[in-house]
Design a protein. Structure first.
Length: 172
């Protein structure tokens, strides 16, 4: 209801809070990946899932790394960069911040600047951004969940494919 209707849309896009909640449950808490499969299928029901802003954490919620591991954080980041929508990274997440609303730059935090483009998470996110832009399937393609675990943390497998309207070639 909050998005209006096709005839009379209220918003061009929304924040993917339902997806965020599932990301926390599945990746930080180790719940069954079937939860994420369900959420991804629901995500594709948005009027335009390619405009939904997807995030792992932001200024209104606790940081992912305050409860989840770096490995699970990387999995969550890989998800938002490879599904339909607009991936959004909260400042400081690329530096491994764990504190909510933690400032990255002096003099706001009384510490030296924390921004470091050589940090492992910054480099990882940069690779994900490069991957996302490497093929239209990551930005414009459909999404099909192929496998998810119903009993606990496990595999989540999905595919993306896109048919270029100019060449009629399909990429996966």
């Amino acid at each position: 209801d909050y998005a209006g209707s096709i005839a009379r849309p209220e918003f061009n896009s929304v924040l993917g809070f339902p997806l965020f909640q599932e990301i926390e449950r599945v990746f930080a808490q180790g719940k069954p990946t079937q939860y994420m499969a369900y959420r991804l299928n629901q995500h594709m029901q948005y009027r335009d899932p390619y405009r939904v802003v997807n995030f792992v954490d932001n200024h209104d919620v606790k940081r992912f790394l305050s409860a989840g591991s770096v490995a699970s954080f990387k999995q969550a980041l890989a998800l938002i960069f490879t599904i339909p929508g607009i991936p959004a990274i909260y400042q400081g997440s690329e530096q491994g911040f764990t504190g909510s609303r933690q400032s990255m730059f002096a003099p706001h935090n009384g510490q030296p600047n924390a921004f470091n483009p050589q940090s492992p998470l910054y480099q990882f996110i940069q690779k994900l951004a490069t991957l996302r832009l490497s093929d239209d399937a990551f930005t414009l393609g459909d999404l099909q969940v192929l496998q998810a675990d119903k009993t606990g943390a496990g595999a989540l497998v999905y595919t993306r494919s896109y048919t270029d309207p100019n060449t009629q070639k399909t990429r996966h």
